[in-house]
Unconditional design. Sequence first.
Length: 133
Amino acid sequence: MTKAEWTTVLDIGLPVLDEQHKKLIAYFGDLLLAIEAGKGKDVLEELFENLLDYTDYHFAEEKKYMDSIGYPETEAHVEAHRRLRIDVGHFREKLLSGQPFTPEQAVKFLNGWIIEHIMIMDTRIGDFAKNRS
Ligand SMILES: [Fe+2]
């Protein structure tokens, strides 16, 4: 059984954004469970919609936060979000076109897609916020 779970290593020290990351991972977890259970296209489509809606919301909130603290790497960060958004769109297309996808591959995608981003790029926002106060 594969799982998509938030762990403390993903904590960037900014409670509002941390909560959003938890939700994002939970949405991905729902999708993963549906893939594992072999759910049909309709269910997967709905779960993707939830994930994408929340992704858009979260990225916009993170951008607002970066602007509010004068984060110097906002531009590069927004570009990373743009690429992540494209990647999850491709993942969605692949999955819905009926290409075989194992839960292990989905977890691998999750790790590359958002976990690495949180651990590397979002952590830098947290560090910057900490050091400026
Ligand atoms: Fe981010």
